[in-house]
Design a protein around this ligand. Structure first.
Ligand SMILES: [Ca+2]
Ligand SMILES: [Ca+2]
Length: 231
């Protein structure tokens, strides 16, 4: 299994669903953000996640996401997959053999998609203009190209954004974990403190252990920030 800095998910039964998650500043030898592998006859869905400034540290691999599937549907909708400083790596790779990949309404800096059928439309490659990710502020700026440019009927689309605000607003869903609101009432707490990071990691891995016992793998509204390898 490739080593991923943020999260690694392998499922041989049930759907893998990630939505409203934020992966920021993670580093790993094979993948900076997330590695996902699914078994036969299962489905992978990534909807409305934000991957920002993750970085692979090995001699090959991908900064943000690597998905290896076995001929089953892979769906990526309304995600932000971006890195502020360019390096010579791609942000994303999807390898789906003889399967179908649906890749719609994402903001992605670079990537590779392989499959028998690859459906893509309405994707952009523009700086998402987040407020201040270096200080834990992953809100969209008012002028973000990700505001009102998502796909309203995306599979697994959450009815709230990462901070619990209603989604959809302004008639069209946004890309990424945040749904833009003119006067956002709540700001997430600063996550720079190591104590908070340790808490998030413990909570995340406890949840992973729990969810592995279920018939599905759902990951919603986690903030995986500057995680370190644990094995
Ligand atoms: Ca909107
Ligand atoms: Ca919001």
């Amino acid at each position: 299994m490739p080593d991923a800095g943020g999260i690694g998910i392998i499922s041989f039964y049930g759907t893998i669903l990630l939505r409203n998650n934020i992966f920021y500043g993670n580093t790993g030898p094979d993948v900076g953000g997330a590695y996902i592998q699914n078994g036969a006859d299962e489905t992978v869905i990534l909807t409305n996640n934000t991957f920002y400034d993750n970085e692979v540290t090995g001699e090959s691999g991908y900064n943000s996401v690597l998905i290896e599937a076995y001929d089953t549907p892979v769906n990526l909708y309304n995600n932000i997959v971006w890195k502020e400083e360019s390096n010579d790596r791609s942000e994303l790779s999807v390898d789906n053999g003889q399967g179908v990949v649906n890749f719609y309404n994402n903001d992605i800096k670079s990537g590779f998609i392989a499959g028998n059928i690859v459906n893509t439309d309405n994707n952009i490659s523009l700086n998402p203009l987040l407020e201040n990710p270096g200080s834990g502020d992953f809100y969209l700026q008012a002028g973000s190209p990700c505001r009102n440019t998502g796909y309203n009927s995306a599979p697994g689309i959450p009815d709230k954004d990462f901070e619990g605000q209603p989604r959809i607003m302004e008639s069209t869903v946004d890309m990424g974990a945040d749904e833009y609101e003119e006067l956002s009432p709540a700001k997430i707490p600063a996550l720079n403190e190591w104590g908070m990071i340790a808490f998030i990691l413990l909570a995340a891995f406890a949840a992973i252990g729990f969810m592995r016992k279920q018939n599905h793998h759902y990951y919603e509204s986690w903030i995986v920030q500057q995680a370190q390898m644990i094995y």
